[in-house]
Design a binder for this molecule. Structure first.
Ligand code: ADP
Length: 203
């Protein structure tokens, strides 16, 4: 059971997955917000019932599962509707991730929350003991994003602009992994942090 939890965050294509993989290879359990976001709206879940109540039963497909495309289109242009949806899903996501971290069979756990800054930071996640930022210059993020997702420069610009700024993320961080070089450079940084977190976890 892990009592010590490190939140991992970073901008799009900063290298969060690369860093997370390395912690996992060291035996650290990772709770992933993107996976949790899917898990809390599976058929039969309380959050899915609330979504059908609030947004209408036609947000469900014939098999009772969530019509993601329809819901996404519905909230796309309407911030109030987006807020209403997040009021249902975010508490469920936070609860599930906290539970997964508490039950983790590693000395500490990682909670990977890409949009931590955007969803309320530490106030929304008071059970995080520490925040680790994966940081890369915007130009590097931009180039990686275009290459990874096969998108053009304008769309990559938009996706980066839709997120918090690098400065906002840095303001939230206790620790920073700098990912502006070769992926191999990540390993030593991860091992150093791992040693630090092991020490902090035993308190
Ligand atoms: P995130 O999970 O933050 O969105 P990824 O870990 O998927 O980012 O990294 C974005 C892309 O950049 C991926 O295709 C990944 O393989 C690549 N990448 C990550 N770090 C490096 C690096 N140091 N050098 C070159 N490519 C990298």
């Amino acid at each position: 059971m892990s009592q010590y939890v490190v939140g991992l965050t970073g901008g799009i294509a900063s290298g969060k997955s690369e860093v997370t993989r390395r912690f996992e290879a060291l035996g650290i359990v990772v709770a992933d917000a993107d996976l949790a976001a899917r898990a809390v709206v599976t058929v039969g879940s309380p959050a899915l019932s609330l979504i059908a109540e609030r947004f209408g039963a036609d947000m469900l497909l014939a098999d009772g599962s969530l019509d993601r495309a329809r819901l996404r289109a519905h909230i796309f242009a309407d911030p109030a509707e987006r807020t209403a949806l997040e009021a249902i899903t975010h508490p469920a996501i936070r609860r599930l991730m906290q539970q997964q971290c508490e039950q983790a069979a590693s000395p500490y756990a990682l909670a990977a929350i890409p949009l931590l800054t955007e969803v309320g930071g530490r106030q929304a996640y008071p059970w995080l003991d520490r925040v680790l930022l994966v940081d890369a210059p915007e130009a590097v993020q931009h180039a990686r994003l275009m290459q990874r997702d096969g998108i053009d420069a304008a769309l990559a610009d938009q996706m980066i602009a839709a997120q918090a700024t690098r400065a906002q993320r840095l303001a939230l961080a206790d620790d920073v992994v700098v990912n502006d070089g070769h992926p191999d450079d990540l390993q030593a940084q991860v091992e150093r942090l791992h040693a630090r977190y092991l020490g902090l976890a035993v308190g």
